[in-house]
Design a protein around this ligand. Structure first.
Ligand code: ZN
Ligand code: ZN
Length: 264
């Protein structure tokens, strides 16, 4: 329902990543799978989640006598594991082990190195498509006799920045993840509680505003996005202020909003 509300193209989804098996993170999944099937989807769907999800989905489909139109490729994530789960032409996705009392994963999205950009202001009109591709890949251009025609740097500009985003929910404060999230452009970290609830946060395997901001600071990330607020908080501004007191480039994650990571 939320995907529809925010006009996300459900048919374009190829991968679904489930961090852990608490209800607020996966109870909507069976409805989404059902909708995809009713919409005529035939393309395979990759599902990454802790191993028990496979049983849950199989049971739900069996008891509701539902046969999906499309195959699901299930990828079980073994507790505590860090590694690359998805690799496309554009990016890689890796798991980050979370500390949440049940098997739980964050996900690290990293764009691959991009091609160099053609400097249109100095580009000769005689270049072929093959020449342009070679330049984008960082190669120099040569005449048929093997002598140098153009040095790459004379016709190209450096590639655009490869961006990175770490999604960390749900988890206790855990400095062991710092090596994985070091220097990312954007860190999403849960802040279920404010700092006066630190004991409660620890007991329930959640984090506070101050803890998330401290982790962002120690990991040298560019920006922090906080979310997964306890329903006890009717106003979110105080949570933002607490986090910003430790790490000023912090924003509130608000459902339905888009957050852009600049490319340059
Ligand atoms: Zn949870
Ligand atoms: Zn949760």
């Amino acid at each position: 329902m939320q995907l529809q509300r925010y006009k996300a193209k459900v048919s374009k989804i190829r991968y679904i990543l489930i961090s852990h098996l608490h209800g607020d993170h996966f109870f909507g999944l069976i409805g989404l799978l059902n909708t995809m099937s009713l919409n005529g989807r035939e393309q395979e769907l990759h599902l990454f989640a802790p191993p028990d999800l496979s049983d849950v989905i199989t049971t739900q489909l069996r008891c509701s006598r539902t046969v999906l139109n499309f195959p699901i490729r299930f990828h079980p994530l073994e507790s505590g594991w860090h590694g690359v789960i998805i690799e496309t032409n554009l990016l890689t996705v890796a798991t980050i082990p979370m500390e949440h009392g049940v098997p739980c994963f964050g996900f690290l999205f990293r764009e691959k190195e991009k091609l160099r950009r053609i400097n249109k202001e100095v580009m000769p009109s005689t270049l072929t498509v093959a020449d342009i591709l070679a330049l984008k890949e960082g190669k120099d251009l040569y005449y048929p006799d093997g002598s140098l025609q153009y040095k790459n740097e004379s016709l190209t500009l450096p590639p655009r920045k490869s961006r990175s985003y770490a999604y960390c929910s749900d988890t206790r404060y855990n400095e062991n993840i710092i090596p994985y999230i070091q220097g990312v452009d954007l860190l999403y970290h849960e802040t279920t509680f404010m700092k006066d609830q630190e004991e409660r946060a620890w007991a329930r395997y959640h984090s506070t505003t101050t803890q998330a901001a401290t982790l962002a600071q120690k990991a040298g990330v560019q920006k922090l996005l906080i979310g997964h607020y306890s329903s006890r908080y009717k106003e979110l501004e105080p949570l933002l202020q607490e986090a910003q007191a430790v790490f000023s480039p912090t924003q509130l994650a608000i459902e339905g909003q888009t957050y852009i990571i600049e490319e340059l």
